[in-house]
Design a protein around this ligand. Structure first.
Ligand code: FMN
Length: 342
């Protein structure tokens, strides 16, 4: 069982990773629908929260249907993170997650996100300051270390536990790997199996199939797994994983027609939550990924990505369903594109 504050998840907890520009409310809705146990917002900058920036406030809006849900914050100033945690409290997330893993230059080089892996005492102090500033449970998400020569995750896990962090997600890469290479689950397993570690450990990195999910639980003993890129264009992965872990049976790839229905619902939710035209613009990054791999899809893709007419887009989706019908093509996901080929 995965326990975070009052949240208790039995069985095989599968969490949706925080992803900037991806895990907005419409996408979270879809992942939840297919069985994601906990969802995370995109990360929100502590400084923006304190300055009351509208976009930051929108990002931290949580709806009841998606609970349990966490708001993730990042920053490089201890006091600002504590202040931001107080602001976040007003959105009433189920818990607050601290980003200690973002590798992006503009964030890590300023000492936020993965930058804190180069100053573990500061990371722990920041975690502790946030824990003290809020009555909500506080979790953290980090990487193995700055680079292969400075893997600090074992020490980080102990220090964060001491600082009052109630669960830790480990992405099995270093900062210098960014998103390349492979997530090293051996390190995740090592932390999980350290008898001094009492807090739940959630493993993250490269889970793109039910079989990989099973391996994470069985081989490394983690308390939960978190899925990022493997869910983009494939929010149904949560259902596939749950079904496989509970029954040992692999579900068939959804047909093109079924994917159209999933993409249509996602699109309508995007419009509902964001309005026109933002709901269309922000759906564009998802549309093509639902249908990647379908032969001759380019013409439809252009239409989906260029139109600003809701009815026209819905009509294109109908045409896709008609043209491809029961065809089952394993989508080539965003993940596959970004990962190095073997
Ligand atoms: C587009 C994108 C945006 C991301 N944004 C965040 C973020 O806001 N906060 C965070 O902790 N991690 C972020 N990540 C990292 C993911 O949460 C996750 O740790 C990483 O992608 C590895 O998991 P995966 O192999 O399942 O994708 C992002 C990743 C991607 C691909």
């Amino acid at each position: 069982m995965l326990k975070i504050g009052n949240i208790e998840i039995d069985g095989y907890p599968v969490l949706l990773a925080p992803m900037e520009d991806v895990t907005d409310v419409s996408f979270r809705y879809m992942c939840k629908k297919f069985g994601a146990d906990i969802v995370f917002t995109e990360f929100v900058a502590s400084e923006a929260l304190i300055r009351d920036v509208d976009k930051a406030k929108t990002k931290m809006k949580i709806y009841d249907f998606e609970r349990p849900a966490a708001i993730q914050i990042y920053g490089h100033i201890v006091e600002s993170m504590a202040e931001a945690a107080r602001v976040v409290g007003s959105a009433e997330p189920d818990f607050i997650d601290l980003n200690f893993g973002c590798p992006m230059k503009k964030i890590a080089m300023r000492g936020a996100g993965a930058g804190l892996l180069r100053d573990v005492p500061k990371m722990a102090a920041m975690a502790n300051a946030v824990v003290k500033a809020t009555s909500l449970p506080v979790t953290a998400k980090t990487r193995l270390g700055w680079d292969a020569d400075s893997i600090v995750i074992e020490d980080v896990a102990l220090r964060l536990q001491d600082a009052g962090i109630v669960a830790l997600t480990i992405h099995g890469r270093t900062r210098s790997q960014m998103y390349s290479g492979r997530a090293d689950w051996e390190w995740i397993g090592r932390v999980k199996n350290n008898p001094q570690i009492k807090i739940p450990i959630i493993g993250n990195g490269d889970i793109t199939s039910p079989q990989k999910a099973r391996q994470a639980f069985e081989q490394y003993g983690v308390d939960g797994i978190m899925i990022g890129r493997g869910a983009i264009g494939r929010p149904f992965i949560f259902g596939e994983i749950k079904h496989y872990l509970e029954t040992g049976e692999l579900l068939p790839e959804p047909t093109a027609k079924e994917k159209v229905e999933i993409a249509r619902e996602h699109f309508l939710k995007s419009l509902e939550f964001k309005g026109y035209p933002r709901g269309i613009y922000e759906m564009r990054r998802h549309f093509a990924l639902y249908f990647k791999g379908l032969p001759g899809f380019k013409e439809f893709k252009l239409r989906l990505l260029q139109s600003l007419d809701t009815e026209e887009i819905l009509g294109t989706l109908d045409e896709i369903a008609e043209r491809y019908g029961d065809m089952r093509v394993q989508t080539i996901t965003y993940y596959d594109e970004k990962a190095p080929k073997e």
